[in-house]
Every structure is written in structure tokens, then in C-alpha cells.
Design a protein around this ligand. Structure first.
Ligand SMILES: CC(C)(COP(=O)(O)OP(=O)(O)OC[C@H]1O[C@@H](n2cnc3c(N)ncnc32)[C@H](O)[C@@H]1OP(=O)(O)O)[C@@H](O)C(=O)NCCC(=O)NCCS
Length: 330
């Protein structure tokens, strides 16, 4: 069974309500219908109800198991507006602006999460990453103990030589261009938690750099070692080490030379990149040159699961991300 199939079986066993704010978007609609048919989740589509039903009919799609919520006619608008105003008034939000903002499906969906009407949210087929993230950051915010939202990828290599039988978590590959040491510590803890919740098994977390254990001196290296110290203090239970070069992190013979005695070096299955340039380039190198599957970005660190689709996504991507969002729900 593939890892994605395993994710889907887990999602089926514990069905969650996943809200899809872009209900009128065809790939999203089709993905929701398939997810409901396969029993992966209980999808909730937001949008103009008549328009969604007409689109489904035109495409020959049955909306069985899919809930459609019409924002314009929603009985929750006033309550949401008041709640959102209270949440953001310290940032200059006015009652009028709040009433207008909650009609934006991205905000309405996130408020559904906060009010317990849905368990997770998936958007981005139509909206930019920035818009999807901002709506969530203005509402559900980060989870307790984490101040930084980041984006991880599940990387599945064609061979099982490295990582957890060929499977890795890579992060941050999507959100924070130049994290501080504190943010890097948050990213590291979130990546370890993502490994735990999606893949299971032991997490061996390598904080990557161009230096291994002091082999080079540079402020960028210092940032990684500072972040490592913070992670060790905050989460003494985690198996984490740094700063490590990529080869020292995943190849035992190199680890034996460059980082002898490390319980992580040579065995890492979670790779934490020092910044977004290396993370984004790194996952694409592995995806393209090693023919690995890259599943993500999976947003981590939010108080409730919120995920972002690429605007070039396929219907299958929507289905897969519905299952993954469901798995991130508690
Ligand atoms: C995340 C992002 C939307 C923030 O945008 P922004 O213009 O800084 O938005 P705001 O200033 O309105 O910030 C919104 C709130 O989120 C918070 N925030 C911003 N980035 C955050 C992060 N990574 N983690 C946690 N909170 C964050 C801000 O502190 C702010 O909080 P507040 O309004 O309660 O004070 C922006 O950095 C972005 O677009 N990132 C996307 C990167 C991208 O496009 N990646 C593509 C590769 S897949």
C-alpha cells in the first residue's frame, strides 16, 4: 500500500469535516465529491449554493455527502462579524470592516474552524498562498507553544536507502524566507510533530547547514546552533541534532567521520533547512533529480489544520490534501 493510500485509510477511519471555501471552483468541487464518495471526509463547500448545484449538475456530479453552505444567506454572519471584530479590534478592525470581511469565504471558513463547525480547511485553487495564510493567521492563529507557521513536504524516494524507509519530512519549504533562531526552533518542532502525526515511527531530526559540528564559522551557522539549543530546551524528548551538512545527516559513513557519537547523524528522517531558499530549492532538487514524490506543502503550526493548494493543482491533489488535512485534525 502506498503512503498516500495509508493516509486515506487513516482518514476514512476517523472522518473529519473539511471546509473548502472555494466551492464554486471546479477542481475543488470535483475533489470534494470524490472525497465524499471515497469516505475520506465530510466536505463542506462554501459559495453561492444555486451556482454550486448548477455546476454540479452540469458536470454530472452527485453532491451526496457534501454539505453546501451559502455565505450570503448564512445565519452565522452577525455572530461571526462580532467575534471577528473582537478578535482584531486591537489591530484597528471596525464593526463595518468585520461585517464585510467575514463574507470573504476564506475568513468565513476559518471562523467555522474556530467555532467548531468544521475540523480543517483547504483552499488555494483560486486564491494565492498569501491570501490563504493571511486569513488563517488573522483568525485561528498558531497553536499553543508555537509562534511560527511553516510548510513541510512529505518526500517519498523511489528507494528505501535513506530516511524512514525512503520517507522524509522536509521543512520549511514554503513560508518563512529568513527565519530567526526562535522561528527555526518552532519550524524544527513542527516538522518533528508532522513526522509523528503523519508517518509515525521515530523522528530523527537534522538541522541542516553548510557546516557540521563547527567545521565552518559564520553567523548563519550560529543561527542554527542557537535554534538547536532552544529546541533541546523546549523539547528534551526529541531526537535532534545540528548543525549538520546534508551528507552527515543521512549517510552513516560520513556521519561517523564528521559527527561521531551523534544519535541523529546518518539516520535523519526529518530535514530542517536553515531558510526558505535552501528549503524550497532542496525539495525541488530531490523531487526532480531523485524522482521523489513531494506531498505538500503541508502547513504546520496553526491552531487548526489549514492547507494551501497550488493554483495549478489537479483534482487528485485536492482529494489527497483533503485526506492529509483530515489527518492533521486532532
Ligand atoms: C504569511 C504571509 C501571508 C504574511 O503576510 P503579511 O503581509 O506579513 O501579513 P500580515 O502582516 O497581515 O500578517 C498577518 C498576521 O500573521 C502573522 N504572521 C505572519 N507570518 C507568520 C508566520 N509565518 N507564522 C505565524 N504568524 C505569522 C503576523 O504577525 C500577523 O499577525 P497580527 O496581524 O495578528 O499581528 C506572507 O509572508 C506570505 O505571503 N507568505 C507566503 C510565502 C509564499 O508565497 N510562499 C510560496 C511558496 S509555496
Amino acid at each position: 500500500m502506498s503512503l498516500l493510500d495509508t493516509f486515506k485509510e487513516k482518514a476514512k477511519a476517523n472522518k473529519k469535516k473539511i471546509v473548502l471555501p472555494e466551492g464554486n471552483e471546479l477542481r475543488t468541487l470535483k475533489g470534494a465529491v470524490i472525497a465524499a464518495q471515497e469516505g475520506l471526509a465530510e466536505p463542506i463547500l462554501l459559495g453561492d449554493k444555486a451556482e454550486i448545484i448548477a455546476l454540479a449538475e452540469k458536470e454530472g456530479l452527485l453532491l451526496d455527502g457534501v454539505t453546501v453552505v451559502d455565505i450570503a444567506g448564512s445565519e452565522h454572519l452577525d455572530d461571526f462579524a462580532e467575534f471577528f471584530y473582537e478578535l482584531r479590534k486591537h489591530k484597528g478592525m471596525t464593526p463595518e470592516k468585520a461585517a464585510q470581511t467575514v463574507r470573504n469565504p476564506l475568513y468565513f471558513g476559518n471562523l467555522m474552524l474556530m467555532k467548531g463547525m468544521a475540523d480543517g480547511l483547504l483552499a488555494g485553487a483560486d486564491n494565492t498562498t498569501g491570501d490563504v495564510l493571511r486569513a488563517a493567521l488573522h483568525t485561528v492563529k498558531t497553536k499553543k507553544g508555537i509562534n511560527t507557521v511553516s510548510g513541510a513536504f512529505v518526500m517519498i524516494l523511489p528507494e528505501d536507502t535513506y530516511g524512514d524507509n525512503g520517507v522524509f519530512i522536509f521543512g520549511d519549504c514554503a513560508v518563512n524566507p529568513d527565519p530567526t533562531a526562535e522561528q527555526l526552533a518552532d519550524i524544527t518542532i513542527s516538522c518533528a510533530e508532522t513526522k509523528q502525526s503523519l508517518i509515525g515511527g521515530d523522528s530523527t531530526v537534522a538541522m541542516l547547514s553548510f557546516s557540521t559540528k563547527g567545521s565552518a564559522a559564520h553567523p548563519n551557522v550560529d543561527k542554527v546552533t542557537q535554534a538547536l539549543a532552544m529546541v533541546k530546551e523546549r523539547r528534551p524528548d526529541l531526537m535532534v541534532d545540528g548543525e549538520l551538512q546534508l551528507d552527515a545527516a543521512v549517510v552513516q559513513s560520513v556521519a561517523d567521520k564528521k559527527a561521531p557519537g551523534s544519535e541523529v547523524a546518518g539516520k535523519a528522517n526529518v530535514l530542517v533547512f536553515p531558510d526558505l531558499q535552501s528549503g524550497n530549492i532542496g525539495y525541488k532538487l530531490v523531487q526532480r533529480f531523485a524522482n521523489a514524490s513531494a506531498i505538500g506543502p503541508i502547513l504546520q503550526g496553526m491552531a487548526k489544520p489549514v492547507n494551501d493548494l497550488s493554483r495549478g493543482c489537479s483534482v487528485q491533489d485536492v482529494v489527497d490534501m483533503i485526506a492529509i488535512t483530515a489527518l492533521q485534525c486532532e
